[in-house]
Design a protein around this ligand. Sequence first.
Ligand code: F6R
Length: 245
Amino acid sequence: MKIIEVKDYKEMSQKAAEYIIEKVCHNPKIKLGLATGGTPIGTYQNLIADHKQNGTSYANVMTFNLDEYIGLSGENKNSYRYFMDEQLFNHIDINKKNTFVPQGVAEDIQAECERYENLLEEYGGIDLQVLGIGGNGHIGFNEPGTSFQSQTHVVNLATSTINANARFFNQIEEVPVQAVTMGISTIMKSKEILLLASGESKNNAMVQLLNGEITESFPASVLKKHPCVTIIADRAAVAGLKIQC
Ligand code: F6R
C-alpha cells in the first residue's frame, strides 16, 4: 500500500482529484468505482472545477457506485443516486446512462444484487475504485464480520454506521437500516484502489488498518492483500502513525 500524507481535507481532496484526473486523461474510457459520504465531496468538487476550467471529459467514462440504501428511490434526496447526481454527475459531461448505482427499491432485492454483480463482470470490472472508510473499518457497507468472499449483497447497517450517517438526515429514525453494497470480493476485483481518509474520527480505523492484522472483523484490512492500493490521508487521520512516503 502506498500512503500519501497530506495536511488537511482540502489537500486530500485536491490530491485525490489530481490522481483521478490523471487516470481519466490516460484512459478516457476508464471505469471508476465511486463512493458517497462526506469524504469524497471535496474530491468531486475539484473534479467539477477541473472539468469547467480544463475541459477534462467524462463523456466515455463509466461509473459504478459502491452502495445504496434499501427503501430509497433515486428521487429521494438521501439516496446515493441523488447524492451522486447532485455532487458530481449533473456538473460534468458524463452520460448518465453510463453511471450505475444499485437500486434501493428493486422488487426483488436479491435479484438486484446479482444483477449488479453481473453488470460489473459484463463491463470487465472496475479500473479504479475510490473508497472511504468507516470508523469501524467498513468499506462500502461491508460491516465487521462480512466474509472476504462476499459479492454484492444486502447488509444490516451497524448502529455506529447509522449514527454516523444520521447527519445527512432530518432525524435518525429516517436513516435506512439496510443497504445493498458491493461485496468485499467485488471491491477487491478492482484493478486499483484509492482510499481516502480525513479527520480525527478516522484515526483509530487508520491505526488498525496500518498496524493491525488482516481479519474479517476489520473489513478494510483486506486491502493489504490487494496489489495496488493508494491511501491519501490527512494528518489528523494518521496522527501517531509512522508514515514512510
Ligand atoms: C459510501 C460508503 C462508505 C463510506 C464510509 C465513510 O459509499 O461506501 O463506506 O465511505 O461510511 O463515510 P464518510 O465519508 O461519510 O465518513
